[in-house]
Design a protein around this ligand. Sequence first.
Ligand code: NDP
Length: 318
Amino acid sequence: MNIPEQETLLINFLTDAELAEWKTYFSSRLPDLRLAAWDDVSVDPLSVRYVLVWEPEAGQLARFPHLRVILSEAAGVDHLLSDSTLPPDIPITRMVTPETAARMADYVTMASYMLVRRLPEIIQAQRHKRWAAHLAGGLASETAVGILGLGRLGTAVAQRLLANGFTVNGWSRSAKTVPGVVGFYGAKGLSPFLTRSQIMVNLLPDTAETRGIINDDFLAQLPDGAGIINVGRGHQLQHDALLRALDRGRVSGAVLDVFPQEPLPEDDPLWCHPGVIVTSHVASLISHQSKAQHALTIIQADRAGQALPLVFNRTLGY
Ligand code: NDP
């Protein structure tokens, strides 16, 4: 079988204007690479070397016999792994750019302040036209935030929270040193981490080990009246356990960006719970410019035979 010389990057979910933006960016940097939208029927499947995808239909990626790299459009790749025909030897790269980290740090800092300053309760008071001068809240400098998952994003978030005066604890699978952060790791480190984290931020990847990790027992170990921020993945937080903890006052408020089912179903009790703020998986949506820069770095590294950055580790699951 002849392999066409023309190499194609197929990109998912693009408007014509966005594709034009991508083409302009690549035209001066990799002029020989053809860029095409995912549904462009004129593309020869044999020419496809790179794909940038979020959640392609199962079986679609197996159509490209000369595929060299699968670029995930997100930091997590859980959306790709349910495809049983996923080519087993093709590297999958995660999309984590400086903009991803900056946006995540912005979001978690905002959410931490919202919880410190009791914003869920303030919003309820306003809805009911109730003057609530007792809702003054606490101080960042007197609040300890615990970050579950001290990886690329967890570290960026920790640095931003430290700069804002919070005390920061981190929990990871292996020991990590991040200046200013009190580090805990492994199963043994979890309890001491939880007991001293007044706000708990979940930034773990979705793996067999982390799914359902935030359960009744986990929440019971947090200080009374703790706050929860979930920006990792929806399946890691057991919603029944969260609702029980909120209703008992064990947890005072939660800011949730990710859910087991997205969009969050209309009848889900989280939508209207007075202690919960729901956002629509927007914590770290990045620009096309940032995605294109990332894709260029990966493709250039692949063409130069260099190690690819941000490769998903299929053994570890993240
Ligand atoms: P990384 O792979 O860089 O970091 C993952 C961290 O989790 C590491 O510190 C790792 O430990 C730790 N970890 C993994 N498994 C376990 C475990 N079983 N026990 C304890 N710690 C564990 O990932 P990123 O920081 O780039 O991204 C994290 C996640 O954030 C993504 O997988 C994605 O789900 C989510 N995300 C959400 C977004 C949103 O908009 N809401 C946007 C972007 C990402 P170790 O350091 O020892 O390996």
